[in-house]
Design a protein around this ligand. Structure first.
Ligand code: MEV
Length: 428
């Protein structure tokens, strides 16, 4: 019995797939999935990412996934105007940042950072005397520093390197675990490679000194020593009065009190954050994992932002979240689009990038709460959404706008309605 839409026997066991060229792999995939020539040609067009480069970034490459980059305007961060490239497939995200930033352009966003420290964890089990072992490891601080710094002399030369060790005793289902945290200043690197190398290098020593067995040696994405912070004030007159302000406050209180709402509230923040992280070739999942873990640090998942009323009655907003982004290493350095986006941002340090991203997250959240507390989110979404629906219904060229306008005017943005409108347009 057939279990897929494909009409012939197929095997996913393709020997030597990774050794083939992207074009050869695509041929195999096209045969496997019955892709027609047009679809195959579409996938083969990798746009402005050179095939040999794409083929180096990940394994088994056959194509690329293009996502639009929009520019957030009106952003002023620490007194400096900045244009922010955002890579996202979601409509309204870029417009939301532009709008929020426009409403606080006079003063802009003030930002700071707790540091550029990453944490690597080394897990030791079966340690006979964990409390004493913890102290034995702490006493080896200088030896540990020497071994870690020796892994990356360039990082040390640039002012980074090992900073400290912490040792925790965890009570787990398989007994006590001795978990060492290497705290490393990774400067302008995101730092995953640097700290993972150190963790692997130090692991055998930790096994010897602790008398236990080491298993995991890997960074923590809860980068709570790399917190990016941003705050801004939205003037009462700019945002439309006390009703709007109080609606936003109430939306924040809702998120602060309820994980169901906080998840959506923080998702909106990450709409902005991840778009800049992606545009600059950084690791969106690392930043997302860090943000959500940080939002749950009290034991209850809550809002990443805070809203308050200032002495003069304006709306004061702030955000603080882990921001493990870098300027060197990985796709950041070799992806030409990421390089171009960094150039547009004009950032020279990972810290500046992290701080701008925090400001974007705050702007995104302000816009979402303002829309939700007033006209609702669908109104702002409608125009672009209507265009998407028009294209899904088959509209091309000028038809897209015409169909979209008709859908918005009807107040019914649905594909069946779009098809009817389009048929009418073509018939007439
Ligand atoms: C949609 O992608 C994001 C929002 O749901 C965020 C929010 O509810 O705060 C609008």
């Amino acid at each position: 019995m057939q279990t897929t839409g494909h009409g012939h026997n197929r095997s996913s066991r393709i020997g030597g797939f990774h050794r083939k060229s992207p074009a050869e792999r695509l041929d195999l995939v096209a045969a496997f999935a019955d892709l027609d020539a047009a679809t195959r040609a579409h996938l083969a067009d990798m746009g402005n990412l050179l095939v040999p480069l794409a083929d180096k970034l990940i394994e088994n490459v056959v194509a690329t996934m293009n996502v639009p980059i929009g520019i957030a305007t009106n952003m002023k961060v620490d007194g400096e105007d900045v244009l922010v490239p955002m890579a996202t497939e979601e409509s309204s995200v870029v417009a939301a940042v532009c709008n929020a930033a426009r409403q606080t352009y006079e003063t802009g966003f003030t930002t700071s950072m707790s540091g550029t420290l990453m944490i690597a964890q080394v897990q030791a089990v079966n340690v006979p005397d964990p409390f004493a072992a913890r102290l034995r490891l702490l006493e080896r601080r200088d030896d540990i520093k020497a071994i870690c710094d020796d892994c990356d002399p360039l990082l040390v030369k640039l002012g980074g390197g090992f900073r400290d060790i912490e040792v925790r005793i965890l009570d787990t289902s398989s007994g006590p675990m001795l978990v060492s945290h290497l705290i490393v200043d990774t400067r302008d690197a995101m730092g995953a490679n640097a700290v993972n190398t150190m963790a692997e290098k130090i692991a055998p020593h930790i096994a010897t000194w602790s008398g236990g067995r080491v298993y995991l040696r890997i960074l923590s994405n809860l980068a709570d020593r790399r917190l990016a912070r941003a705050h801004a004030t939205w003037k009462l007159a700019e945002i439309g009065g006390t009703d709007v302000r109080d609606g936003i406050l109430s939306a924040y209180h809702f998120a602060a009190a309820d994980p169901y709402r906080a998840a959506t509230h923080n998702k909106g923040i990450m709409n902005g954050v991840s778009a800049v992280v992606l545009a600059t070739g950084n690791d969106t999942r690392a930043v997302e994992a860090g943000a959500h873990a940080y939002a749950a640090r009290s034991g209850r998942y809550t809002s990443l932002t805070h809203y308050e009323v200032t002495a003069s009655g304006d709306l004061s907003a702030s955000i603080e979240l882990p921001m493990a982004v870098g300027l060197i290493g990985g796709a950041t350095k070799i992806h030409p689009t990421a390089q171009a986006c960094l150039k547009i941002l004009g950032v020279r340090t990972a810290e500046r990038l992290a701080r701008i991203i925090a400001a974007v997250g705050l702007a995104q959240n302000f816009s979402a709460l303002k829309a939700l507390a007033t006209v609702g989110i669908q109104k702002g979404h409608m125009d672009l959404h209507a265009q998407n629906i028009a294209m899904m219904a088959g509209a091309v060229g000028d038809e897209v706008d015409a169909v979209a306008r008709a859908l918005v005017a009807k107040g019914t943005v649905r594909i069946d309605v779009a098809e009817t409108v389009l048929a009418g347009l073509r018939g007439g």
